[in-house]
Every structure is written in structure tokens, then in C-alpha cells.
Write a protein that binds this ligand. Structure first.
Ligand code: FAD
Ligand code: SF4
Length: 487
């Protein structure tokens, strides 16, 4: 155990975000450095609980008390070994995860929880700095081949596990670069792409082969894929976005969030000098209050928007756990992400319990204003409140209202895999689909979710594939029993 009295002596502390007026002038990550000594003190707050509920909160089953203890004892090298034992990419989760582990931390019952996510991020950052992260090519090759479709966190985790198990793995990606939503959805200010590039270089050195700009189902048919490979992992994500079919939807300036975020990210890659969909000088409205909406806000502010307003149909969430969401559940609380902080300091607004009834354009067909109306809560079916209609200026609108599931036409139809009622690919406990030799991981089977779940499912699917190919598997199966898909 770390310091038995650590939680009595040390309060929770996180690194500071750079001042808003400074950070919005650049795309770099928003946090300042946190000294190793401060971090070791944070790790000392862990109580090494007899029943570590943080484990239950983490889909990867991260060995949290073990690496808290190792960090407290200055053994960072062993800490990264324990962290990598359950998580291929701790820098992705350390920077991007909403940390269900912290919501489940026992200290959180009556104090601030252990800063688990920050400890995770610092362990892997230090490991890269010290040169402790190396390629791990397999000692023995099996001669079996696997195609992984999609290079988001699920595809990358599955590919790394299967390559290390000795299989010949090729990852197909229809975009021009590898990374899935971490490449073209999530902006630099949340995670700089160098973290992704470094991992991909490691994977290439281990022997994983990447093929970009290939749309499987179009450029290669499902039959060709199955002929060429001994197994297939589907990791194509939940790419079908939810739309807002109200009058004026066709106006210029109304875009899906991913249509907006992708070119903004491509500017950071050096593909464009300026995004073809820039917020500069415009009144921007972001419809949707989740992660994607926050990423649109931070991007629009950095592009020099004249104003930014975020609309959300749900009522404003509470700031503390309501009785209906007790510890150790993951509560739906009011969040102040870095982009929200920037919005507040720039005089922007987050408006709750409103719905958009129409987009109104100018004589050239460009969106000019949004008609909105206040609505009742979900229990009323979001019924409009009479007399609350109003207009807000909008020259750029981004729709960040979530995703409906995976694309059905093309690959999934050709394979003929069974889909569930929500349109996601059905899988059994081994992450096998209804088609022999075809497995699924991440948002494609689970529906829109989180990076941590995508990595966990990629690892679990790799276990299933390895067993299918060799009759056994030494690869770990991380998903907690309660969260496994039903066969
Ligand atoms: C803007 C945004 C911000 C987010 N922020 C966070 C966050 O901060 N934290 C968090 O935990 N989660 C976040 N999420 C959710 C998270 O990114 C996803 O849950 C996660 O990326 C899913 O991983 P995946 O590997 O299943 O799919 P994806 O990351 O969606 O990757 C799927 C890949 O498959 C490719 N593909 C699809 N079909 C084919 C085909 N036929 N042939 C070849 N390639 C194909 C796609 O091009 C894509 O690159 C965010 C999502 C969005 C949209
Ligand atoms: S629940 Fe919190 S205090 Fe307990 S072992 Fe996990 S991180 Fe440490």
C-alpha cells in the first residue's frame, strides 16, 4: 500500500490548465506540466482497498492500486509494466477517458477521489521520455493471417495484441491516415497527434501492416477479404450520425460535427492552410452537449469565431451526485471541460432544455438564424413550452447529436453479419459475429461509446481470434464478466 495516511494528509490536485487567453491562440494540449513529486503525493492517496471498486469502474481492469503504490515508491519503471499489462495505449485513456474508475473510487464516497487518470497519464509520458517503451515483435510466427477493418482504438488494440501473438496482421483504413476518431474527430488540444503517431510507429516496428485509403466493401469485397485472411476483425466504428431534419437543414453552413472537425484536424496535419469550413468571424451554434459538442466549441474558438453558443435538449445536469446515481455508478453531472471554460471566458453560452425548430437562411442560401424553443424534460417527451420561441444568430451550425450505429451498406451487408435491434453487430462472449471467423470490437458492436471500451473490446476480440486460430490463447481477456456480451 502507498502511504496509509496519504489520503488524510494530501488533497486531490490536478495540473493547471494554461490560461484561456494563451491556450486559445494555439492548438497544443491545454494542461501545464505536473511535477513527478506532486504526482507521487497524489498516488499516496490510494488506500489499496480490499475490494478496489476502481477496478470495477475500469473496462480494462487496470491494476490501479498496484501502480499507485509503485509511483508512490518512485518505481516508475515497474509502474509502466503493470499499466501496459492491461492497457495497450495508456496515453489515449490517460488524456481522453472520462475516468469511470474515479467515479467508482472508494475515496470518492466522502472525499475527492484519487487522481487515477492523471497518474496513468504521467506514468506513460515518463515511460516514453525515459525510453522504456519499445516495440515487442513476436518471438514465434504462427503463419496465420488476420485483417482488421478500421484503425480506431478498437482496431489498433486488436491489431497490436494479434501481432504480438505472432499472427500476420493487416489493418485496413478508409481514411488517408490511421487513428479513427482519435485522428480526425478529437482535436489536438485534447490529445496531440504525436502520441498517436508514436504508437503507430511502434506497431509498424512490431510487424503490423497498415493500408490506408482502402474502403473495405468497395475497394475489396467481403468475399475477397475472407479468401485472403484466416480471420477478420470488424472495428469500423459507429459512423452513421444523427441528423436534425427540420426546415432549412439544407442551408449552407449547417454541417455535421465530423464534417467540421475532420478538416480542422487536417489543418493540424498540414493538409490545408485554412479549414474549408472555418468558424472565423462567424456566429457559431453547436447543437449537442456531449464530448463532440465540446470539441466543436474549442475548435471554433481557436478558429476565431465571433461568438459560440451551445444548445442541449436535456435539462442542465446537477453538479453533485443525485440520489438516483449513487456511488459507485458513473453519474451524469454538469461538466466544465477545457472547451466549456474557454466558452465561458469568451462570453459564450450553454443553453439547456431547448430544441431547434428551424434554420432560416439569407437570400444566398446561407444559414442566418436558428429558431429555438424551450422544451420540457424527457418525461414530457421534450414538449415545447408555449411562448418561448426565439431566434439566435448563426452563420455556422454544427450538429453534434451522436451516432446511430455502424454503416450497414457495403461491408456489413456483404458479410451478412447479424445486427441487433439498434443496428449494431451482434457478438458472442468471444466477440465473434454470426459469421464464422469474423469478429467485432468497439463502437461497431457496442454502439457509440468510449475509447477505453474500444481498447478493452479490441483486446478481448484478439483473445477470441487467437483462440479461433490456434485453439488456445495466452492473450488476456479484460472485460469484466458483468459487462460481457451475452452469447
Ligand atoms: C468528436 C468526438 C470526440 C470524442 N471524444 C472522446 C473522448 O474524449 N473520450 C472518449 O473516451 N471517447 C471519445 N469519443 C468516442 C470515441 O472516439 C469512440 O468511442 C472510439 O473512437 C471508438 O473506437 P472504434 O475503434 O470502435 O471506432 P473509430 O474510432 O470510429 O474508428 C473506426 C475506423 O474504421 C474506419 N472504417 C469504417 N468502415 C471502414 C471500411 N469499410 N473500410 C475501411 N475502414 C473503415 C473508419 O474510417 C474509422 O477510422 C469521441 C467521439 C467523437 C466523435
Ligand atoms: S478505489 Fe480508489 S482508493 Fe481504493 S484502491 Fe482504487 S484508486 Fe485506490
Amino acid at each position: 500500500m502507498a502511504d496509509p495516511k496519504g489520503f488524510l494528509k494530501v488533497g486531490r490536485e490536478l495540473p493547471k490548465r494554461r490560461p484561456v487567453d494563451v491556450r486559445i491562440k494555439s492548438w497544443s494540449e491545454v494542461y501545464e506540466n505536473f511535477g513527478n513529486d506532486k504526482l507521487e503525493k497524489q498516488a499516496s492517496r490510494c488506500m489499496d482497498c480490499g475490494i478496489p471498486f476502481c477496478h470495477q469502474g475500469c473496462p480494462l481492469g487496470n491494476l490501479i492500486p498496484e501502480w499507485n503504490d509503485l509511483v508512490y515508491r518512485h518505481d516508475w519503471r515497474e509502474a509502466i509494466e503493470r499499466l501496459h499489462a492491461t492497457n495497450n495505449f495508456p496515453e489515449f485513456t490517460g488524456k481522453l477517458c472520462p475516468a469511470p474508475c474515479e467515479s467508482a473510487c472508494v475515496l470518492g464516497i466522502n472525499q475527492d477521489p484519487v487522481a487515477i487518470k492523471r497518474v496513468e497519464a504521467e506514468i506513460i509520458d515518463r515511460a516514453w521520455q525515459e525510453g522504456w517503451v519499445h516495440p515487442q515483435p513476436p518471438a514465434v510466427r504462427t503463419g496465420k493471417s488476420v485483417a482488421v477493418i478500421g484503425s480506431g482504438p478498437a482496431g489498433l488494440a486488436a491489431a497490436q495484441q494479434l501481432t504480438r501473438a505472432g499472427h500476420d496482421v493487416k489493418v485496413y483504413e478508409r481514411a488517408d491516415r490511421v487513428g479513427g476518431l482519435m485522428r480526425y474527430g478529437i482535436p489536438e488540444f485534447k490529445m496531440e497527434k504525436r502520441h498517436l503517431d508514436r504508437r503507430i510507429a511502434q506497431m509498424r516496428a512490431e510487424g503490423t501492416d497498415f493500408k490506408t485509403s482502402v474502403n473495405v466493401g468497395e475497394d475489396i469485397t467481403a468475399d475477397e477479404l475472407r479468401d485472403r485472411y484466416d480471420a477478420v476483425v470488424l472495428a469500423g466504428g459507429a459512423t452513421v450520425w444523427r441528423d436534425l431534419p427540420v426546415p432549412g437543414r439544407e442551408l449552407r453552413g449547417v454541417h455535421q460535427a465530423m464534417e467540421y472537425l475532420t478538416p480542422a484536424n487536417k489543418v493540424q496535419e498540414g493538409d490545408y492552410a485554412v479549414s474549408p469550413i472555418s468558424a472565423e468571424g462567424k456566429h457559431v451554434v453547436v447543437i449537442g452537449g456531449g464530448d463532440t459538442g465540446a470539441d466543436c466549441i474549442g475548435t471554433a474558438i481557436r478558429q476565431g469565431a465571433a461568438s459560440v453558443t451551445q444548445l442541449e435538449i436535456m435539462p442542465r445536469p446537477p453538479e453533485a451526485r443525485p440520489g438516483s446515481q449513487p456511488w459507485p455508478t458513473y453519474p451524469m453531472l454538469f461538466k466544465m471541460e477545457s472547451a466549456h471554460e474557454e466558452l465561458a471566458e469568451q462570453g459564450g453560452d450553454r443553453v439547456y432544455a431547448v430544441s431547434t425548430s428551424a434554420f432560416v437562411g439569407d437570400e444566398d442560401g446561407n444559414v442566418r438564424v436558428l429558431k429555438i424553443v424551450e422544451v420540457g424534460g424527457p418525461e414530457t417527451g421534450f414538449a415545447p413550452v408555449e411562448g418561448t420561441e426565439r431566434e439566435i444568430p448563426a452563420q455556422l451550425v454544427t450538429l453534434a447529436m451522436g451516432f446511430l450505429g455502424p454503416q450497414k451498406d457495403g461491408l456489413l451487408e456483404q458479410l451478412g453479419v447479424e445486427l441487433d435491434q439498434r443496428g449494431n453487430v451482434v457478438r458472442d462472449r468471444d466477440y465473434k459475429t454470426s459469421v464464422d471467423g469474423v469478429y467485432v470490437a468497439g463502437d461497431m458492436g457496442r454502439g457509440q461509446s468510449l475509447i477505453v471500451w474500444a481498447i478493452a473490446e479490441g483486446r478481448a476480440a484478439a483473445h477470441g481470434v487467437d483462440r479461433h486460430l490456434t485453439g488456445q490463447s495466452a492473450l488476456p481477456y479484460p472485460i469484466p464478466p458483468t459487462a460481457r456480451p451475452i452469447a
